[in-house]
Design a protein around this ligand. Structure first.
Ligand code: ZN
Length: 307
């Protein structure tokens, strides 16, 4: 039993329209679900992913309108890394980002930049047998597109304090230094720590809220038991409607979720029109008339009209 890599990464935005523009139009991901924060249904929870809304390609944002900027510190993920297929793809993204006024820094086999609210991102050329998780976009050839997550980097004051928990409870495989491979039968990702900056982190716009790891439906409760036995304090299993979730902090303080690989985003709308309409889980549907006027209007990028 092993986790199947990253399921999703959830971050915070203070600017939902700007966030949609950056992740869907500029980066070319597909808005696969437009729903509300189940803990505060007056604000959005936006999900961007590949064409199918697959675990492994899904970056999601809680909207807190006009939230002040945060910054990552110890116990927070500070960079999200996506795969691309080739050096040619890095060149394409370097030019595309420059054209959008986004500064980037070319590394040997990577390209680092930040979103418009300061969230650290990186594209990395990776050779892998994992299927590419790609979204369709009229300006981005599919062979140059983002292919799903490769890994996530967090800041830790003492990475060794997490080692036993990661390796024994969660079965992360050490891959040298403060880095681990998280690979299941279908897919893998990695998780790594960098030395934390001296100043403490502060949650807010442009920071990661949590990183979720993929579990099969069948293994999910067992992961909860394993985390609890290793001293974490997992929440009960929460039905998020699109998947089931548990949450706990790992010893370095990063908020982890373990989420199931189903039922998925097509449980309440067809694949063709994912993300176009406001989706409300059944427990929230009765609030639709009250919520829709309160939510920030967002353009429909695929049809070009406001919705
Ligand atoms: Zn989550």
């Amino acid at each position: 039993m092993t986790l199947e890599g990253i399921h999703h990464v959830t971050a915070i935005t203070g600017d939902a329209p700007g966030n949609l523009d950056f992740y869907a139009r500029v980066l070319g991901l597909r808005l696969v679900k437009k729903t509300v924060n189940q803990d505060d249904p007056t604000v959005y929870h936006l999900f961007y992913a590949d064409e199918l809304g697959s675990p492994g390609a899904d970056i999601t944002f809680f909207e807190y309108p006009d939230a002040r900027r945060g910054h990552a510190g110890a116990g927070m993920v500070h960079r999200v890394v996506w795969r691309v297929a080739s050096e040619e793809a890095l060149g394409f993204w370097e030019r595309r980002l420059e054209g959008e006024g986004v500064e980037s820094e070319r590394e040997r086999s990577g390209l680092r930049f930040a979103d418009r609210e300061g969230l650290g991102l990186e594209l990395s050329v990776v050779e892998t047998d994992d299927p590419p998780l790609v979204a369709g976009h009229p300006e981005i050839p599919s062979e140059l597109a983002l292919q799903g997550f490769d890994g996530a980097r967090a800041y830790a004051a003492d990475p060794e304090s997490s080692r036993t928990f990661l390796e024994e409870a969660l079965r992360f495989q050490p891959s040298g230094g403060a880095r681990w491979e998280v690979r299941g039968d279908q897919r893998g990702s990695w998780y790594a720590y960098d030395p934390a900056p001296p100043e403490p982190g502060r949650g807010g716009a442009g920071t990661v809220h949590h990183v979720a790891w993929s579990s099969t439906l069948g293994d999910h409760e067992t992961w909860r038991d394993r985390a609890a036995q290793a001293g974490a304090r997992p929440t009960p299993v929460i039905d998020r409607f699109y998947f089931r979730s548990i949450y706990f902090r790992e010893p370095s303080g990063v908020l982890f979720e373990i989420a199931t690989m189903g039922p998925g985003f097509t449980s309440d709308e067809p694949l063709e029109s994912l993300g176009e309409r406001l989706s409300l889980p059944p427990d929230f549907e009765h609030l639709r008339e009250r919520l829709e006027p309160e939510l920030t209007p967002l353009p429909d990028l695929r049809s070009g009209s406001a919705a």
